[in-house]
Design a protein around this ligand. Structure first.
Ligand code: SF4
Length: 337
């Protein structure tokens, strides 16, 4: 991809900015983001130090069980185009912002991890690996992790052309989203195939990292569970249960305003097929009885290959948790502490 880099004047020197300047195809200095024009051909990046906190607690959603996740806001927006991505309604920019001040991120992580254990990732506001060749962020955070083994890092991706790094004796998880291939073709433009994602997980595990499997979003389409079973069979033949840090299940959900964006930009999408109800957090989901039914089927399927791997529900309420697992997790306020 051709990369056009706009750099905010006064951005501090950092290894991230240095790499961007080395790798970009053309560079322009601007006084602010208002001057950034997205170039039709290629990818447009806007480099700045970054405003506010660059490490923050995942806001989760109201009434849902919290998984105690912290997010690093190093990159905002993504070169890939998943139809269901919440960034469509979160950001109006047609360029990608890179917050280059990695020293501020190091300081925040060091301070926060003094008083609590930390599970942190870069895959919330962007994909963790898609711009690795241009920013080197995952490499830098991996090096940092080697000296902070009590911080658990997760790099979440649907991009497999950048290889996972060898684990330097740190708590590092590589996570991928797993969808049936026909859903990837229809809903996740520009992303790696399912087979490439499974290969990526295997490479990550071979390099002594743990892996996370994210069946999220689960879309209630014919054959989805059968495809999930095939995926789990393939993975379990190649990756031991001990290497699986956790498996998440998340039913497809969306916020107000999302449906209009989806219909306008992705007319071939099948995400909105089915019945949705508005929940207490104002997000739309499948009716809760249906979600319980779906999640029970998925948990039972997972248990046939990985009986002991931790499984959690993403952004689900206590009512659903209790009916799926017949109990609430013993870790009362947070799933991971
Ligand atoms: S890869 Fe992730 S961040 Fe990128 S468009 Fe898809 S869901 Fe959004």
């Amino acid at each position: 991809m051709k990369v056009h880099l706009f750099v905010k004047q006064g951005t501090s020197p950092s290894p991230v900015l240095r790499r961007l300047l080395e790798q970009a195809d053309c560079v322009r200095y601007v006084t602010g983001r208002e001057e950034v024009a997205s170039v039709a051909e290629g990818t447009t990046l806007f480099a700045q130090d970054g405003l506010g906190d660059l490490v923050e607690k995942c806001p989760g959603t109201q009434f849902a069980k919290c998984c105690n996740y912290y997010v690093i806001k190093n990159i905002v927006n993504c070169p890939m185009r998943c139809s269901y991505c919440y960034l469509h309604t979160f950001s109006q920019d047609d360029f990608i912002t890179v917050n280059c001040d990695i020293n501020r991120i190091y300081r925040a992580l060091t301070t926060m991890s003094k008083t609590r254990s930390l599970r942190v990732g870069t895959g919330e506001y962007s994909d963790s690996m898609a711009l690795e060749a241009y920013t080197g962020y995952t490499r830098l955070l991996t090096d940092f992790a080697a000296h902070h083994p009590h911080i658990l890092f997760e790099f979440k991706t649907k991009y497999t052309r950048a290889a996972p790094y060898a684990n330097p004796g740190a708590a590092i998880i590589y996570g991928v989203t797993l969808e049936p291939q026909d859903t990837i073709d229809r809903e996740e433009q520009g992303t790696a195939s399912l087979a490439e994602r499974i290969d990526f997980l295997c490479r990550a595990a071979e390099k002594n990292n743990q892996v996370a499997l994210h069946f999220d979003p689960i879309v209630d389409l014919p054959g989805a569970l059968r495809a999930g079973r095939k995926t789990m069979d393939d993975i379990s033949r190649r990756i031991s249960q001990e290497a699986v840090a956790y498996i998440s299940l998340g039913g497809f959900r969306y916020s107000k305003g999302f449906a209009a964006v989806l219909l306008a930009r992705y007319p071939g999408s099948r995400l909105l097929n089915g019945e949705f109800v508005r929940c207490r957090d104002h997000k739309y989901r499948y009716p809760r009885e249906k979600r319980v039914h779906l999640f029970r089927q998925w948990v039972a399927m997972i248990r046939t290959v990985y009986p002991k791997a931790p499984v959690y529900l993403c952004m689900e309420n206590a009512w659903v948790w209790q009916r799926v697992f017949h109990d609430m997790p013993s870790f009362s306020s947070h799933l991971f502490t």
